[in-house]
Design a binder for this molecule. Structure first.
Ligand code: MG
Length: 249
């Protein structure tokens, strides 16, 4: 009887240790026919059962949210342009650039967690409007429970924390704030370049003590993935999701 009890105790303690989750960076864009931040990259991330997929959001001058990493697409700078000049732009895989609304429509057909990065805009009023519009769109498509927000923008981080539904996780990307600072502003934790965690391995323990989560990017080498796994990083954002999945098996 005693043996059975300890067996169950062991299983229970093992299941308490949450496994590192895989986030496809800009979608699974290395898959055939895919491209960074494309609709297909989201579908492909879902097809290999990633926990989540990350994508980047900019707002045009006239208030339309587009998904793209760089501030420009084919030389058209999104935050300074009218949406009609952005809409026709194509990604390297031939897809037309997705609006955030179009990407969320695709996301509805998946089970992915959506790691939505707000890009820092030059005009902070424009950024504030972008925050409101992003929150509204996730609500419209019933995806508020499946989104995590990330941003390099400190004011953006604070706005997202204040305005997103209670319990929504907001992570800060910029690497300079300690776990205590992040806890102080109500962030869910650091989403930092993995080298920051390597320089401050004590931050990982501090995050655990403060009930913060840790997310490392962009981890593409096996040795770095293994370091993150061994050190208990909660989420790894990678361009090589299948390789990371193999490692986690
Ligand atoms: Mg990003």
């Amino acid at each position: 009887m005693k043996k059975i009890f300890f067996f169950f105790l062991m299983i229970a303690s093992l299941t308490c240790w949450a496994q590192t989750q895989v986030v496809a960076h800009r979608g699974y864009w290395k898959a055939p026919g895919s491209a960074q931040n494309s609709r297909r990259s989201l579908v492909k991330a879902d097809s290999i059962h990633c926990w989540g997929t990350e994508f980047d959001v900019w707002m045009s001058r006239d208030g339309v949210l587009f998904v793209n990493h760089d501030e420009d697409i084919n030389g058209v700078e999104i935050q300074k342009s009218k949406s009609r000049d952005v809409r026709s732009q194509r990604l390297p895989n031939g897809e037309v650039i997705p609006t955030l609304e179009q990407l969320l429509q695709v996301a509805q057909g998946t089970t992915l967690q959506l790691v939505c990065e707000l890009k820092p805009h030059d005009d902070k009023q424009q950024e504030a409007i972008a925050v409101k519009k992003i929150l509204k769109l996730f609500k419209k498509y019933g995806l508020e429970n499946r989104v995590t927000y990330i941003t390099f923008s400190y004011p953006g981080t604070k706005m997202l924390i204040q305005q997103a539904p209670k319990g929504t996780e907001v992570y800060y990307l910029n690497g300079e704030l300690s776990p205590r600072d992040l806890k102080g502003i109500g962030a869910a934790g650091p989403d930092y370049h993995y080298s920051v965690f390597m320089q401050h391995p004590e931050w990982i323990d501090q995050c655990r003590e403060l009930a913060l989560k840790t997310n490392a990017w962009t981890v593409n080498e096996v040795k770095d993935m293994q370091w993150c796994i061994d050190n208990g990083i909660d989420y790894i954002t990678t361009n090589e999701p299948e390789q990371l999945q193999q490692l986690l098996k």
